[in-house]
Design a protein around this ligand. Structure first.
Ligand code: F0G
Length: 460
């Protein structure tokens, strides 16, 4: 049998374990109530299997842990910064590296540099922090992703693709001078971890080049996107994931990275650009908001772990097992008849709360309610990706009502086993069987920005 047809079993073995607490239904009921029915406000010690996010939750390799011991904690010019710079150039090809403490810090800096008040920023679906920084800089985000991305049933292989007609229409309507840049994410988180095709990115590059518009790449999960290109896009089957990653980056002008995801570290990120003038401006903002340009909010040891993590993240066996585990859970749920976003994405499984709770109107917060019910059933912590995450329209103050009302079961990298995935699937099945008894939630506290993190709710 061909090697890539065999099981995706992990290309590593376990050297150290971290015990997790098993809780009783009564303990979970109390914890959930105290957390205001928001899974972000639970204490992790009350969680059994934590699928809140794949961000900062990876298990590092023994090499990365060894790298921590090589931390050079000099204020300026740390050796680890130069290792990181080398990894970014080797693996991604960008010329200049601006380290930041995590992704949103890089989004803040690039938004402040490239967006003028009144500008538009088209992108392949919004991401919460990315869009907010674009708005805080005076821009307006415009979703130009293909329509299929908003349809959980569509099995389009590249749901992160940009609709070139929508993009061209926006450029013609507003004028190229008012387009700050095109924001291109690999993969698209809010669509369910869906990939962009190289063909589409090339076409976006061609169109933007014609108008002198930059592409800023949210490369948070670029290795996962590259793996799917290798699997699905004609002409890429024999290319390495590493080469595909580099080709994606080469079609863009700069990138923001939350290294807490693909790059296998618990904290860190960066902005990377090819233009020296933008780099200089970014370094200047960096000293105000993050730190000196050779650490930008990271300790030397964290930069070393990241330099190693970047190289591990583009290894074929790693990425194949990573995506394989997510697919294992997805296929199991589909076999149980649970409605999930299709095709199965790479960083998690997205439950379609609209279909699971057809009796709840969107203002009754179906996905938030489903995530709460799942925790109550088994101690599995998931995350809402629906009306709560979508926030309010800054002009009218009304809720935004996204087409996708989802609960995300996000799989940390290299952390859980297949048996954990079985437990998760069994719990989702049990909750869905009793879905009719879920009555919805309402806000009792709502912060102004990124409300999903800190809002509190009560049961209706
Ligand atoms: N872009 C994408 C696509 C993301 O998924 C995230 C974070 C960020 C940017 C921001 O990066 O957290 O390092 O500041 N996503 C996390 C998640 C929070 O759970 O999906 P950050």
């Amino acid at each position: 049998m061909k090697r890539d047809k065999r099981s995706w079993a992990e290309p590593y073995k376990i050297k150290m374990i971290e015990p997790v607490k098993m809780t009783t239904p009564a303990e979970r009921k109390k914890a959930l109530h105290e957390a205001g029915y928001n899974t972000f406000l639970l204490r992790s010690e009350d969680v059994y299997i934590d699928l809140l996010t794949d961000s900062g939750t990876s298990a590092m390799s023994d090499r990365q842990w060894a790298g921590l011991m090589l931390g050079d904690e000099s204020y300026a010019g740390s050796a680890n910064f130069y290792h990181l710079e080398e990894a970014v150039r080797d693996c991604y090809g960008y010329s200049f590296l601006v380290p930041t403490h995590q992704g949103r810090a890089a989004e803040h800096i690039i938004s402040q540099i490239l967006i003028k008040k009144g500008d538009f920023v088209p992108g392949n679906m919004y991401f919460t922090t990315t869009k907010l920084h674009q708005e805080l800089a005076g821009g307006t985000f415009v979703d130009v992703i293909i329509d299929e991305a908003h349809d959980p049933e569509s099995d389009h292989p590249f749901k992160a693709n940009i609709d070139l007609d929508k993009l061209e229409q926006l450029i013609n309507e507003k004028g190229a001078g008012r387009i700050a840049y095109v924001s291109v994410a690999t993969t698209v988180n809010m669509a369910g971890g869906q990939p962009l095709s190289m063909e589409n990115l090339k076409a976006v590059r061609q169109l933007t080049a014609k108008h002198g518009i930059k592409i800023i790449h949210d490369m948070t999960r670029v290795a996962e996107n590259a793996y799917l290109i290798k699997e699905r896009e004609p002409g890429y089957e024999d290319k390495s994931v590493a080469d595909i990653v580099k080709e994606i980056c080469s079609l863009t002008d700069g990138a923001t990275m939350s290294a807490k995801k693909d790059a296998l570290v618990n904290i860190g990120g960066f902005l990377a650009v090819n233009d020296e003038e933008i780099y200089n401006k970014a370094c200047n903002l960096l000293v105000i908001f993050e730190g000196l340009h050779t650490y930008g909010g990271m300790a030397g040891r964290d930069m070393e772990a990241l330099a190693i993590g970047i190289r591990e993240s583009i290894e074929y066996d790693h990425i194949r097992a990573r995506v394989g585990q997510v697919r294992y859970l997805g296929k199991k749920l589909m076999g149980m008849g649970i409605p999930i976003v299709k095709p199965i994405g790479t960083h998690g499984i997205f439950l379609n709360a609209r279909e699971i709770l057809p009796h709840l109107r969107q203002e009754l917060l179906p996905a938030q309610s489903l995530a709460a019910a799942l925790y109550l059933d088994s101690g599995v912590r998931a995350m809402e990706r629906g009306v709560v995450s979508s926030g309010r329209n800054p002009e009218t103050g009304d809720h935004n009502y996204p087409a996708l009302e989802l609960v995300r079961l996000t799989i940390p990298r290299r952390v859980y086993t297949q048996a954990h995935m079985d437990v998760v699937a069994e719990s989702v099945e049990a909750v869905c069987a009793e879905a009719g008894s879920i009555t919805g939630l309402r806000f009792i506290y709502e912060p102004e920005y990124l409300r999903f993190f800190q809002s509190r709710f009560e049961v209706i």
